[in-house]
Design a protein around this ligand. Structure first.
Ligand SMILES: *Cc1c(COP(=O)(O)O)cnc(C)c1O
Ligand SMILES: [Zn+2]
Length: 376
């Protein structure tokens, strides 16, 4: 194995901060605040005299070219026949393992190796595990991936193909999350689970917000629709726009009606998100009931509200229709989860929340190859 040396820009003035009690901590392999149990985030200096680069987050021998994904305009009619505004997609299916999780894993793995980890563990509904397996293979370190036994076979095939040890656990995602924590305690491996658990991974997602801001040529859209599980992607978009513009477009956290803890709390005007019993949806990538860590959903909801956005759930039938339309009418082949953004935007247009001349960006998060069963 080659020795990963962090470029100077990656190690410079990096600190962890607890979102709960504001404690400052040195950057180590730690996942929650030792004082209050709060979620940790990375605090880093803005690079002087230039924009942020992937190399600020990801080591040169770890990157596989994640990020820098295509951004393009679709016919407005794809949102709705009566829509006269602009509809754009950020195509995150075009990452090395087929989802935006590559951005997160590349950064988290870079830090894990730099901090001395000899292996990694990931609890995943499939895509984060595929990303972890992919990047660990290239880095030459072992990966253990823990998935619910309902995970789509295409995602499991990726994990096995990249050579990770796959462990399947019965029941919902929360069980995989707990099992991965135990495995980390036993093995000393780094936990690359891509909820808010790994602060280094979440931090790198700000690059997608910065990219979007750049690709919009500085003119923020009115809305950005984001398939949302626990919500690191929401935080990344939020932070990226704050980095670049000091303000954020209205964010739509798109969930499935079969697992919608954040959308339910939004609808009920609550501050605290509660876990969701018995998640059931074709959108496997956002089937996280947040049982055991609902505070992650509360953080996401607070960011959605700060953007004056909405958290909105749509039914599986509408997600499927949006998925089929993206393939048939835009040449974009995605998994059900990836189309939850368009499905939510459609529904919000019909309800009058999105105006008929607004500019709407939909992030399409995962590739269609990952879940053939959804197509057949
Ligand atoms: C993980 C995932 C999401 C949800 O992302 P969070 O940052 O966990 O909210 C959305 N879409 C796909 C395809 C995913 O794999
Ligand atoms: Zn704390």
């Amino acid at each position: 194995m080659t020795l990963t040396v962090l470029p100077e820009t990656m190690s410079r003035e990096l600190k962890l901060r607890c979102i709960g009690c504001d404690a400052a901590l040195p950057p180590t392999l730690i996942y929650r605040c030792p004082d209050c149990g709060g979620i940790l985030e990375v605090v880093r200096q803005k690079p002087e005299g230039r924009g942020w680069l992937r190399a600020d987050f990801v080591a040169d021998d770890i990157t596989l070219g994640e990020g820098g994904t295509p951004f393009r305009e679709l016919r407005p009619g794809l949102l709705h026949a009566g829509f006269r505004g602009r509809l754009l997609v950020k195509d995150e299916t075009r990452n090395p393992s087929g989802s935006f999780k590559d951005r997160l894993v590349a950064a988290a793995l870079s830090q894990a190796i730099a901090l001395g980890a000899t292996g990694i563990v990931s609890a995943s509904s499939g895509n984060a595990g595929a990303a972890a397996a992919c990047y660990a293979a290239n880095a030459g370190i072992p990966a253990i991936v823990v998935c619910p036994d309902t995970t789509p076979r295409g995602k499991l095939a990726q994990i096995v193909a990249y050579g990770a040890a796959l462990e399947q656990v019965p029941g919902h995602y929360g069980n995989a999350f707990e099992h991965a924590r135990r495995l980390c305690a036993e093995t000393g491996y780094a936990n690359l689970t891509t909820t808010y658990l790994n602060p280094y991974g979440v931090d790198a997602l700000r690059l997608i917000g910065q990219e979007l801001h750049e690709q919009m040529e500085g003119v923020g859209p009115d809305w950005i629709a984001i398939p949302t599980s626990s919500g690191p992607l929401v935080k990344g978009v939020f932070q990226g726009f704050m980095d670049r513009a000091g303000k954020v477009p209205r964010l739509i956290a798109a969930q499935s009606e079969g697992c919608a803890p954040i959308a339910r709390a939004f609808r009920d005007k609550k501050i605290d998100v509660d876990g969701w019993e018995n998640p059931k949806t074709i959108a496997s990538g956002i089937s996280d009931p947040l049982l055991g860590y609902p505070e992650e959903g509360s953080l996401t909801l607070s960011l959605v509200r700060a953007s004056k956005g909405v958290a909105h759930a749509v039914g599986d039938a509408d997600i499927r229709t949006a998925m089929i339309d993206l393939a048939h009418k835009a040449g974009l082949f995605c998994e059900p989860t990836g189309a939850a953004s368009l499905a939510a935007a459609r529904d919000l247009f019909m309800k009058g929340t999105i105006g008929s001349t607004d500019t709407v960006v939909c992030i399409v998060t995962g590739h269609g190859f990952k879940d053939f069963a959804a197509w057949t």
